[in-house]
Design a protein around this ligand. Structure first.
Ligand code: UDP
Length: 240
């Protein structure tokens, strides 16, 4: 591991939207996919063990299913399948860059991905493979943020790196209030007290209970994941 690396094992939570194309607007845009994959590769190249939990919101969200006439649970399964599609895209792109990956699915689909097996996932990391977790937790009514919290706890990861489109957590919505102040770090309890929206409440309480810190940062700023791992002040750190 690079001696400057602050973390040995990380769970990187990528929302599905990080694959959407700026220009094309496609749910999975080739250039955006490549940019995102490069950020993952940079961290992998530091010798840090990387697990990725990928979302599916660029393709389908369970809650939006109801608008389309499908039940919440059906919609949630559709959303979980969307994460599989994204995970495969990421796998393919990373492999083309020379990064060995394994995709593990919470819902068995053996032709497409390995089933999720904790010990096997650990072994992949030890062998320097990037593990991509897809299909969320495998259960409706959960999110991929909760998946990240669960996998980070199970895998004993040092931190969850939550990539978003904002550069951290503010005391109020920076889009609405120009005087909003960004936190460099905040404790779980203060985040709760101030009702800051770090993650959904299920995901948040899992992190709180299991002592998994969360770094919320902007994926679009250059080399942001790598800089965060090397200890630069990036985003907002939520810790106990
Ligand atoms: N989902 C689910 N259970 C899980 C994880 C995800 O039912 O454990 C479904 C849920 O419908 C969700 C969708 O998959 O809306 C996509 O995941 P998410 O919204 O977390 O993706 P992101 O916003 O990160 O792209």
């Amino acid at each position: 591991v690079d001696p400057g690396a602050k973390y040995k094992r990380v769970v990187l939570k990528l929302s599905g939207e990080v694959l959407r194309g700026g220009k094309s607007g496609d749910p999975i845009d080739a250039a955006t996919l490549e940019k995102t994959s490069l950020q993952v590769k940079e961290v992998h190249d530091l010798g840090v063990e990387v697990c990725v939990v990928i979302g599916g919101g660029n393709i389908f969200r369970g809650l939006n299913g109801e608008k389309r006439g499908v039940d919440r649970t059906t919609g949630d399964y559709m959303g979980m399948l969307a994460t599989v599609i994204n995970g495969l895209a990421l796998m393919d792109c990373l492999e083309k860059m020379g990064v060995t990956t394994r995709v593990q699915s919470a819902i068995p689909m053996n032709q497409i991905a390995e089933p999720f097996i904790l010990r096997r996932a650990m072994r992949h990391l030890e062998k320097g493979r990037v593990v991509i977790f897809v299909a969320g937790t495998g259960n409706p009514y959960f999110s991929t943020d909760t998946t990240a919290a669960l996998r980070a706890s199970e895998m004993h990861a040092d931190i969850i790196l939550k990539a978003t489109k904002v550069d951290g957590i503010y005391d109020k919505d920076p889009k609405k209030f120009p005087d909003a102040v960004k936190y460099d770090e905040i404790t779980f309890i203060d985040a709760l007290k101030q009702r800051l929206n770090v993650m959904d409440s299920t995901a948040f309480s899992l992190c709180l209970d299991n002592n998994v810190p969360i770094l919320v940062f902007d994926l679009n700023s250059e080399h942001s994941i790598k800089r965060a791992i090397l200890g630069e002040k990036v985003g907002t750190l939520v810790h106990s």
